[in-house]
Write a protein that binds this ligand. Structure first.
Ligand SMILES: [Mn+2]
Length: 344
């Protein structure tokens, strides 16, 4: 998940700690069976973190299991070793658990099915970069100013002097590039660029990331975007609005997650105050809001509809459906001849 928090009033326990990193390194070296948990609805950061840890520990005599309750998206399947992800596991078979990029217990999707994970009976290491992190681990390595969990892991490996392999570097860069929108989002700090450069120098395969993650779109998605873009309009107040109907998914064969790219196009109109994409599906209407303006807070707008989010990216969901409304306004014809005569 992306972290849009900026440095400021961040508590000390949510800044990178070398001492904690060394302690976790020690725990990992002593453990024989380690389960690495990625959060549900996996993104490029949680999967990249899981795969980088797996690769870095492959040289040790340990049994490693990568777990995620949801399947990995196809775009990340290029990462070495990712086929090994399991959707379920038995915590009692492990002597160390590591969660990556999960800010809260429930994000593992296992808080109800496996409460023993969080009971303290098995040591739990929580590695993350969200300011909201609940610090649910036995040991927590949380850096709220980091752009991605993989950036935290990069520093972790540095502290331990573990030489990052090219394959691990690719997985780490995968997380950094996806969480920063290719180093374009506001969470991209000078340190993000420095760490990305180090990952590249360690042999990260940026070409594979570009090809598999950023420049890959199925025809069904392109068709869905076509429907959305065809309906784009900007109103008198500078709000760019587009809609997706339930029937659009059926017509194009696209998946609801495929609309996430379309909102980025809506947000490209230079004169727009903000953009709004309304998606109708399964009896609910979801609104996604984006803005490029500093004076606009879309989180407040989403709040009016019971939603929330970040200042520049937010959303809401209301039960209901979309209905087309047509509005016409009569513009009286001006008596041009008179006006012109007066001006002269
Ligand atoms: Mn993340």
């Amino acid at each position: 998940m992306m972290n849009q928090s900026s440095a400021g009033d961040i508590p000390r326990e949510k800044l990178f700690s070398k001492k904690t990193a060394l302690k976790i390194g020690d725990m990992i070296l002593k453990a024989k069976r380690i389960a690495i948990i990625s959060h549900r609805s996996p993104d490029g950061d949680t999967s990249g973190s899981g795969m980088a840890l797996r690769e870095m520990l492959s040289g040790y005599e340990k049994y490693i299991e990568n777990v995620c309750v949801d399947p990995m998206p196809i775009s990340f399947m290029y990462m070495p070793g990712i086929q090994s992800y399991k959707t379920d596991f038995s915590p009692k078979d492990f002597d160390l658990i590591i969660t990556v990029d999960a800010a809260a217990k429930h994000q593992t999707g296992m808080n109800e099915t496996k409460p023993e994970l969080f009971s303290g009976s098995i040591p739990l290491v929580n590695i993350d970069h969200h300011i909201s992190n609940e610090m649910f681990g036995t040991v927590n390595l949380v850096e709220a100013t980091a752009c991605s969990t993989t950036a935290v892991l990069w520093k972790f490996f540095e502290v331990l002097s573990w030489k990052v392999t090219p394959d691990a570097a690719t997985c780490l860069l995968n997380g950094l590039m996806t969480d920063t929108g290719s180093l374009q989002h506001s969470n991209s700090t000078p340190e993000s660029f420095r760490i990305a450069a180090k990952m590249l120098a360690a042999g990260a395969d940026l070409a594979s990331i570009r090809k598999n993650v950023f420049q890959t779109t199925p025809v069904s998605t392109l068709k869905l975007w076509g429907e959305i873009l065809n309906r784009v309009d900007i109103d008198d107040e500078g709000v760019v609005v587009a809609t997706v109907r339930q029937s659009d998914f059926e017509k194009t064969g696209a998946d609801p997650k495929d609309i996430s790219g379309a909102i980025d196009y809506l947000n490209m109109v230079p004169e727009a105050k903000y953009s709004l994409l309304l998606t109708e599906r399964l009896g609910k209407v979801k609104g996604s809001l984006r803005t490029q303006r500093d004076e606009v807070n879309v989180s407040d707008i989403a709040g009016n509809f019971g939603g929330g989010g970040h200042v520049k990216a937010a959303g809401f969901t209301v039960p209901g459906r979309l209905q087309v409304e047509r509005r016409f306004k009569i513009i009286p014809e001006e008596k041009k001849s008179e006006g012109v005569a007066q001006k002269i």
